[in-house]
Design a protein around this ligand. Sequence first.
Ligand code: GRF
Length: 203
Amino acid sequence: MKTGSEKIRLGFLASGRGSNMLAIIDNCKAGKLDAEPVVVISNNADAGALVYARKAGIPAFHLSSNKHEDESVLDQEMTDTLKSHNIDWVILAGYMKMIGSKLLEEFRGKILNIHPSLLPRHGGQGMYGLHVHEAVLASGESETGVTIHMVDGEYDQGRILAQEKVSVEADDTPESLAARVLKVEHELYSETLQGIIEGRISF
Ligand code: GRF
């Protein structure tokens, strides 16, 4: 149990650009989010997320199956890295791999993911990046959005904690829709975390 002055410690898993992670780090710095980003792990040595983390002075690790052929060794090393940094919550921010069973067990009920659609629409394996927004446009739906959900070991499943809608415009391309959705992502992830911290959102 945390005392009043102790902040919730966040560990990030991110594979790419890292803009959602950066938005959370910025909100922590700005005092809008009562949490502390303490470690970043990426499976991609070139991830923007690792660059952002190092600039912000946050310990950042490249751990991937290229380095560890045995997935269970990788799973153990990721779990140990998060544990050694005393993480309270694991924040998936554009992490493109399934998380391992050890990590899932160790942090069960304390792992969050963000998805750029209104799950359960347009989620699951293969639904990432522009594929999601292409599928939304192909469906003819007039709205899409952002989902924050618990991670339970299946792609884009787990209990939904927050959703926010974004309208689809007639002249949208996958890129324009992605950009509009991303702005909402950058707000909703921090708002949801703060809601959890303040006990307004139960998990
Ligand atoms: C975001 O669209 C997020 O919803 C999805 O992956 C993307 C990651 O973007 N899970 P970024 O790396 O945070 O910029």
